[in-house]
Design a protein around this ligand. Sequence first.
Ligand code: 5GP
Length: 339
Amino acid sequence: MPIPHVELHAHLNGCVRTSTLLELLPRGEEVAGDQNHIGRRPARTLSDCFLFFSRVHSCVKTFEHIRRIALEAIQDFAASGAVHVELRTTPKNLNDTCNKRAYVRAVLEGMQEGMQAASQRLWCRLVLSVNRADTLDEALDTVQIADEFRRSTRGFVVGVELSGNPLIAGAWERLKPAFDEARQRDLRVTLHCAEVDEQVTSGEAIDMVRWRPDRLGHCVRTDTAFEAQLLMSQIPVEICLSSNMTTEAAEKLPNGDVASDHIFRLLNDAQSPVCICTDDPSLFDVTGPSEMQLAQRSFSLDPKHDFARLLRNAAAAAFFAPDDDDDAAAMRAELERRL
Ligand code: 5GP
């Protein structure tokens, strides 16, 4: 039986298949190269990753493109054994006919088609991303759109998150009122946290924990005070090991494993609710099961008991609307069946 997977941290445009991206490249550019930003590569720096995203964003121009990317993302997760997939993406005005709301509709159409075509039972939810480069008005607009779709999709759009270039200073402080608003409106919230040292030294990371989002992403750069606060909070953390190694937020050993001083070790040893996610499966060339195996090798996990616990952690932390208990229970029962 393949390892099942519960994906809680995957950026839509980090899931775009390389073959699709090559098709979407403007004519001529596929020969002119630029493969270094789109093809699979063993090493990318943080800024390479953001070049990859600007490359993707420059190719993804229509409703149909985004619908296809969402569909293929769900197909790929389904093929690698996913039980539940939360995708996240920033709504974009793509062109005159595809504004931010149409963009979200395109993602939903693609996700729902992928879900219905899956050969095993599959649950999906969508989280809308606020980018650290956004203005507060843009962030509030994303919260408004998430709230509208939460109602019209009866909880399929389930929350909002904060991501984008972690080197943009002061973003959390500036955008926090949008997340206060999201919380007021019963949207679930997850925040990228402590991806670079500056987020820890500036006090941003600890402030995020104190704000008590429903989940946190990464938390990979730490100091003693942050670690203590994080452990005490028991907030579920979405761990993305390959992403952390590639962007050099975590040490990669010569054999390809993650150095065992990664924050995962501390949280896992303390039985904190950590889970393993992919972040950007195409960019980092990973799947849910391959990330679980990397965790197994790096931290000497037991493939039966430890995997089951990590997957249950993820299932327990998955975002469902407050009145969506039946779906949440059905997803968790399906996971148990596949464990
Ligand atoms: P999109 O929102 O366009 O579907 O997904 C791509 C975006 O996700 C990127 O432009 C970036 O803002 C965000 N993203 C993807 N991976 C990471 C990551 O590892 N860290 C951070 N902070 N943001 C990321």
